[in-house]
Design a protein around this ligand. Structure first.
Ligand code: GLU
Length: 512
């Protein structure tokens, strides 16, 4: 057996990629990179009823955006292709049949009505659910309960069947989990899971074991919701004779609602106004779009960083980690057992930090689409200025920006005349004296030879004594004229940037 580290992210293409899914991909990626291993993307699309058109391509684009590109995938290919389970369909049945032949699995011919009857008849009380297990299986129609000849006849007649695992009674199944340590399961509590469906497709339980074996996966990291299925998988590794090749498992803690009350769901995001998907996801059936972190204006580096610390830390209290640092520092053993509360305010803090650490030219590229969108919406054909101008603006306002759309909200006045002006902010203290001051300064501005912030401020200051005013009396009015509100960087740099003509126009708009 190869000792090479090989891990896999194995999403089902059923819809948008939840941030928990991206975190699973990230932990796999970090582990692979740290150990010089391979990161495999396997698409688990055996459940035709949950298959959603376009979801697979969407998942790949999300990983790309996060910078978590796999080494092997349905798109890239690789030595263990195909990487889509639906294309591996023929590989699973022989193992299901082998399990039947060895007495570890059996054919079950039950109809939906039979199953319904069993659930009703064997229910012990109001709160329990009867399952297909060692208690009930001999009351059902399967190759354990029916005479051999009848089973042979049913198979010869092409009767519909599924193959179920025969869970042993009264056994304790042990798992050594890289995060949880020793975990044990009572075999009596697990039902006889279907391994091969009537349509010939394997279920997840069979496919995950066969594929992890065939793809030589060394470590399998997946969400905690799969922990109850682990005993089935462990038994399958044993029954198929591959126990010594079983990957080391780690079940990752859940990502919880902000109040810690249960798993964070898509609906929580809608309710609380934040995204739970990596990128916008439009459901092809309903046409509804669920918001993504990307479109909301998160930088992928910030998104990756905030996911890494949901359930993990390096023990030093450090919070900011670039991807290469994560590769160096991350260890799966340090992942917490308990669920990690998702805090959107903290997520925004990360993005703000990354914006501060990104150079202005790169920020300009990122902010451009949002600025363009807003300029187009204004509808007066204002062109997006050169990148160097946008970069200069980015540098001036980035400390006020948390999400990329903030580059418009905090800097729109660098690109277009403000559409609303908060005149109320200055109205009370506005008087003829101030109006005369601005009128006089306007005349200066028409001819001032050097148009830069230093010259502009000097000429502004010079005018003050002529009107018996102090600087503090007229700074806010100037800001309101140029910006439209009580925010923004220094007023003289704004005037320098927007230029003579536009500055004069904005002052005149208010002074008349
Ligand atoms: N297809 C499973 C899912 O969508 C993957 C579980 C695993 O990684 O084994 O959650």
């Amino acid at each position: 057996m190869t000792n090479k580290v090989r891990v896999r992210f194995a999403p089902s293409p059923t819809g948008g990629l939840h941030l928990g899914g991206v975190r699973t991909a990230l932990f796999n990626y970090l582990f692979a990179r740290a150990h010089g291993g391979d990161f495999v993307l396997r698409v688990e699309d055996t459940d035709q009823s949950r298959f959603v058109e376009g979801a697979e391509q969407y998942i790949m684009r999300c990983l790309e955006w996060c910078g978590l590109s796999p080494d092997e995938s349905p798109e890239i290919g690789g030595p263990f292709a195909p990487y889509r389970q639906s294309e591996r369909k023929d590989r699973y049945k022989e193992y299901a049949l082998q399990l039947v032949a060895d007495g570890h699995a059996y054919y079950a011919f039950d109809t939906p009505e039979d199953l319904e009857r069993m659930r009703r008849d064997f229910k012990k009380d109001e709160h329990s659910v009867a399952q297909y297990d060692h208690n009930t299986r001999m009351h059902m129609r399967n190759s354990l309960s029916l005479p051999e000849a009848e089973v042979a006849q049913l198979l010869a007649d092409g009767a519909r069947y599924v193959i179920r695992i025969k869970m042993p009674a009264n056994e304790t199944i042990h798992l050594t989990d890289m995060i949880r340590g020793e975990v044990s399961f009572d075999s009596n509590l697990t039902d006889d899971k279907v391994l091969l469906k009537a349509d010939g497709m394997p279920t997840y339980h069979l496919a995950v074991v066969v594929d992890d074996y065939q793809m030589q996966i060394s470590h399998a990291f997946r969400g905690e919701e799969w922990l109850p299925s682990a005993p089935v998988h462990i038994l399958l590794w044993q029954y198929l004779g591959w126990a010594d090749k079983m990957p080391k498992w780690a079940h990752l803690p859940l990502i919880l609602k902000p109040d810690g009350n249960g798993k964070l769901s898509k609906r929580d995001g809608e309710r609380l106004g934040f995204p739970v998907f990596a990128m916008n996801w439009t459901d092809p059936k309903t046409g509804e779009t669920a918001k993504g972190f990307k479109e909301m204006g998160f930088l992928p580096q910030a998104f990756v960083n905030l996911l890494a610390v949901l359930g993990w830390n390096d023990g030093t209290g450090k919070e900011l980690f670039a991807l290469n640092e994560l590769v160096e520092k991350f260890s799966i053993e340090r992942v917490h057992k308990g669920g990690a509360k998702f805090d959107f305010e903290k997520a925004k803090w990360y993005n703000h930090q990354y914006i501060q650490h990104t150079d202005n030219a790169a920020l300009a590229e990122l902010a451009k689409p949002y600025i363009k969108l807003n300029l187009d919406a204004l509808g007066n054909n204002t062109e997006l200025p050169e990148l160097s101008y946008v970069a200069h603006v980015a540098g001036l306002i980035k400390d006020r920006c948390t999400l990329l759309p903030d580059f418009w909200a905090q800097g729109h006045f660098f690109f277009a005349t403000p559409t609303t002006v908060d005149e109320a902010a200055v109205k009370e203290k506005w008087n003829e004296q101030k109006r005369l001051f601005f009128t006089a300064w306007l005349a200066e501005l028409e001819t001032i030879p050097v148009w830069d912030q230093v010259a502009l401020e000097a000429s502004f200051n010079e005018q003050l004594p002529n009107h018996g005013l102090k600087k503090g009396d007229v700074m806010l009015p100037l800001r309101i004229m140029l910006v439209g509100g009580k925010y923004g960087p220094g007023v003289f740099i704004i005037a320098e940037m927007i230029g003579r003509e536009e500055t004069i126009k904005r002052i005149k708009n208010m002074v008349g």
